[in-house]
Ligand binder design. Structure first.
Ligand code: FAD
Length: 435
């Protein structure tokens, strides 16, 4: 069993910022990350030789390199435990990690915990979204960043928010511009009637510069940007996908593509996290899993979490305030939510809601009488699959609300989360190393 002062789960900007600050205060830190490298959602490392051919934002790169330098400087106070998946908390308070490199489950008994497991992409269920060839925008971006290559064949990018814009521009720069970028919202029209949101977006500094650079790339590559436009159906063809879309005037258009990337926003990933508490073992959430505020704010939030932990452990710590940068990130996110607001389409009965178990909306309707999140989970098996509700809980919540059953998405996971939160092999459990 490991007994560090602090266990930090998640090696993205928030977790790394928290870990290096805590190590800098003289505390011993175990940083557990499920992947084989640090970086989180945004800093996916290129796995090829030499420099990545995918252009990265200079501003983000500089901040990330500064954090990596501090990881080096932390020396023995900071232990990196890569390829280690947080599984949950045992009844007696041990934190369980699936050490995939060693092939065994290990336990940790820290004095405090920082959970920094990031966000999760939201994708609204559409008929056919479970088909091969459909991915999330983030998933395709990760593939592009890690391999340095855009997927082959025609691509369509659709959904809502700034991330599809970034992906479309990066695909174009990598030599395979998408056929079109379809945005469900109407950000330019909304900006005219919501000038406050437009003003907050325009004064955001680096994020605005980043968006303009993406827009320039799309314009140079002649990628059509269609607003007020959404995907209504996806069908498999002998080769590839047929994607039907409709615009605000009700006109349909069909695209034949090899790949479709979908994205409708980011949500905090709070599925199964131990609750935040100051009493007993202090647990602090940081970064996107606490509140989705973007990469720069995740660093500030991680640093804030380090201060909270140090205070709870009675350690002296610098009293820096992170309120101003977090507040400014919150303003930007609120502006983006307003500018990109879009109508949410109804889920048709044949639409798959839970992709892990292939459960359709019609199956949900057959659950008449299920009056609680618990019944919907146990009887209907929603949120019972490999994702444990990270992807389907929000859609299940919307369907339940139509039948008058109200609950929060995380309620589907139960009031006391049970481990394992992620699939774990029986061999790893059998090799549970608790020495
Ligand atoms: C694909 C994508 C692209 C983005 N691009 C931008 C951008 O261009 N600009 C911008 O400002 N923001 C961007 N964002 C948002 C930005 O990435 C986040 O705001 C920021 O990375 C949040 O940092 P974080 O440390 O909170 O979470 P993350 O960066 O998501 O890091 C969380 C880490 O926790 C690990 N983890 C999760 N679960 C477990 C577990 N059970 N056990 C162990 N480890 C676990 C993950 O592997 C990950 O490394 C993007 C987000 C995504 C998903």
């Amino acid at each position: 069993m490991w007994q560090p002062d602090v266990l930090v789960v998640g090696g993205g900007p928030a977790g790394v910022a928290a870990a290096v600050d805590l190590a800098g205060m003289g505390l011993s830190v175990l940083l557990a990350e499920q992947r084989d490298r640090l970086g989180g959602a945004i800093h996916r490392a290129y796995v090829g030789a030499g420099a990545s051919p995918v252009r990265r934002n200079v501003h983000h790169q500089r901040d990330w390199q500064a954090l990596l330098d501090r990881v080096e400087q932390a020396g023995a106070r900071l232990t990196l435990q890569l390829q280690s998946v947080f599984l949950g908390v045992e009844g007696d308070g041990r934190y369980l990690l699936d050490d995939r490199a060693a092939g065994c489950v290990r336990s940790v008994r820290p004095k405090a915990v920082v959970m920094a497991v990031g966000g999760v992409e939201r994708v609204l269920p559409i008929p056919g979204w479970e088909l091969p060839g459909v991915s999330t925008v983030g998933g395709m971006q990760v593939q592009l960043k890690e391999t340095g290559e855009a997927p082959q064949g025609p691509i369509l990018v659709a959904g809502s928010g700034p991330l599809p814009l970034a992906l479309a521009a990066q695909l174009a720069a990598a030599g395979n511009p998408p056929l079109a970028l379809l945005e469900r919202g109407t950000p330019f029209g909304t900006a005219l009637v919501q000038p406050g949101a437009a003003f907050n977006g325009l004064r955001s500094g680096p994020p605005l510069a980043e968006a303009l650079a993406y827009a320039r790339q799309l314009w140079r590559s002649r990628v059509p940007y269609r607003t007020g436009c959404q995907v209504t159906a996806i069908e498999a063809m002998a080769q590839g996908l047929r994607v039907t879309t409709v615009n605000g005037r009700g006109q349909t258009q069909v695209y034949e593509v090899a790949h479709l990337a979908l994205h409708d926003g980011l949500d905090a990933n709070q599925t199964g996290l131990p609750r935040q508490t100051g009493a007993g073992l202090p647990v602090v959430w940081a970064g996107d899993c606490r509140e989705v505020l973007g990469a720069a704010a995740a660093v500030q939030d991680g640093r804030q979490a380090a201060q909270q932990v140090a205070k709870a452990l009675g350690r002296p710590c610098p009293g820096a305030s992170f309120d101003a940068p977090l507040q400014s990130a919150r303003r930007l996110q609120a502006a983006l939510r307003t500018l990109y607001q879009a109508p949410v389409h109804d889920i048709t009965p044949e639409t798959v809601v839970c992709r892990c178990e292939g459960l359709r909306a019609s199956g949900f309707a057959a659950l008449q009488g299920a009056g609680s999140a618990h019944e919907i989970r146990v009887v209907g098996r929603f949120a019972m699959g490999a994702c444990q509700g990270r992807f389907c809980a929000r859609a299940a919540q919307a369907l339940a609300a139509q039948t008058g059953v109200a609950f929060e998405p995380q309620d589907l996971n139960g009031s006391v989360p049970r481990w394992p939160l992620r699939p774990v092999s029986v061999a790893a459990l059998a090799a549970y190393a608790d020495e």
